[in-house]
Design a protein around this ligand. Structure first.
Ligand code: EPU
Length: 418
């Protein structure tokens, strides 16, 4: 259990190098079981979800070594096919191992995945796609027993919604399947492209990643590789919202700007100054923020659901009324009630949140993180609020933000973790 103590309204003046992307490294770690050899991954964030993925790999019999931001996985002697319930419950991405384990061993035992409580998060699309590729499964006493008669085979799979996780599971299952798999209406997130680039660097034949149709031509085996994951666009954007509410200047290094388009234009419209250079993005804020235009969360390249909470924290400090519509998850407003403890005025009606912003209302308080991005939004609010804020439930934030207190305090904020 950890908590963050923040003394707000300290101006930023510094540099942060953005960590590697959580939502890239997790499916890529699952993908390492497909290469019957050594994979060296660079730029891996030091966050607890990555530790969980490493523990899953070790349970499966893979050898994993970690040296700062580099992880080496040797899956040559992998002999397991079961993910223990306690690891499945720790994060939703544990389900990503299903396609990979099945492709490698023909058998997999999992239970329903856990992760942040964001409303119902079924895995029906994952299962039905794998069934189309030759899997059969039985559910018994909370466990899902999956197998293939021979090996997985290619299929034409149409997703009813561009699910990130389902697209990744099909990619992982498809690279060693017999024949060609085509996914239509697939997710187009940069993390999907990163997974496909990683798999292609091991010898897979995937084309179309980043577009709404992906083609996977099955190959017989994958080989060793070294790969660096992309920077985390959500972490980068969270730091930008922190500067927006606190004031000052921050240079963010290691950013892929096109991944941030939907976010940067809104931050600029709110009144912050953004300057792009070859090596990153500089943001400056004088704290005179204006309300946002209507924000609707959408699959990429739309506005990301993962940024809804930090943007809501920012809107609490802006002049005027901002309106959010959460279209991806049905219970992703739990941070709003905590923001209200800090003086925010937020009205929730189903999918819609209406925020009446006013910087003067925001004062430090004791609040509790209920999920990862909601937790980050409370840190953002604490940095901008008058006085001291205590954010409890730090373990949620540690799932996705590497040493957030260190990065922020080195750049001018007053925040400690206890
Ligand atoms: N859905 C189904 N059935 C399925 C799969 C998804 O109904 O079989 C629904 C979900 O319940 C949800 C919607 O489809 O309402 C979108 O879910 P998706 O599968 O796209 O999300 P995910 O793979 O579970 C990933 C990220 C999330 C991010 C979402 C949306 C990872 C590890 N997680 O989740 O990241 O919010 O995509 O972009 O990549 C986070 O980082 O804090 C986080 C929650």
């Amino acid at each position: 259990m950890s908590e963050y103590i923040i003394n707000g309204r300290k101006k930023f003046d510094g540099i942060i190098k953005v960590q590697g992307a959580k939502n890239s490294i997790l499916p890529i770690l699952a993908g390492t079981v497909l290469c019957q050899g050594k994979v060296i991954l660079h730029y891996c964030p030091q966050i607890s979800d990555v530790e969980t993925a490493i523990n899953i790999l070790r349970c499966l019999g893979c050898r994993v070594q970690r040296d700062n931001h580099t992880i080496t996985v040797d899956s040559k002697h992998m002999n397991g096919y079961t993910i223990p319930d306690e690891l499945m419950r720790e994060m939703r991405s544990s389900v990503m191992f299903l396609g990979a384990i099945l492709a490698r061993t023909g058998y997999a035992e999992i239970s329903l995945p856990g992760g942040c409580e964001l409303g119902a998060r079924p895995i029906d699309m994952h299962l039905s796609a794998l069934v189309q590729m030759g899997m059969t499964f039985e559910e018994n006493h909370g466990k899902i027993y999956c197998q293939t008669a021979n090996s997985l085979h290619g299929a034409n799979i149409h997703l009813s919604f561009p699910s990130v996780g389902a697209t990744e599971n099909i990619l992982l299952a498809g690279v060693l399947a017999k024949g060609t798999t085509i996914i239509t209406n697939c997710a187009r997130e940069p993390e999907i492209v990163d997974l496909a680039d990683f798999l292609n660097s091991c010898g897979a034949k995937i084309t179309g990643a980043g577009e709404s149709v992906i083609y996977i031509e099955g190959v017989d085996r994958l080989h060793d590789t070294q790969y660096s994951v992309i920077p985390d666009r959500i972490v980068c954007a969270t730091y930008m919202t922190a500067v927006a509410v606190s004031g000052g200047k921050l240079f963010l290094e290691n950013v892929i700007k096109p991944h941030m388009n939907s976010i940067l234009s809104l931050i600029e419209q709110s009144g912050c100054q953004i300057e792009e250079t070859k090596s990153g993005i500089c943001i400056q804020s004088d704290c005179q923020l204006q309300k946002f235009p209507l924000i609707r969360t959408m699959p990429y390249p739309g506005f990301p659901t993962d940024m809804q909470a930090p943007f809501m924290a920012m809107s609490c400090f802006a002049q005027g009324t901002s309106v959010f519509v959460e279209n991806i998850f049905d219970s992703r407003y739990r941070h709003a009630y905590e923001l209200c403890r800090m003086g925010a005025k937020i009205d929730i009606q189903g999918k819609v949140a209406i925020v009446e912003g006013n910087r003067k209302n925001m004062s430090g308080s004791t609040v509790e993180a209920k999920d990862l991005r909601g937790g980050a939004s409370l840190i953002v609010a604490g940095l901008g609020a008058e006085g001291t804020t205590v954010v409890k439930g730090g373990e949620y934030i540690e799932r996705g933000y590497e040493k957030i207190e260190e990065y922020l305090s080195n750049a001018g904020a007053d925040i400690v973790k206890i």
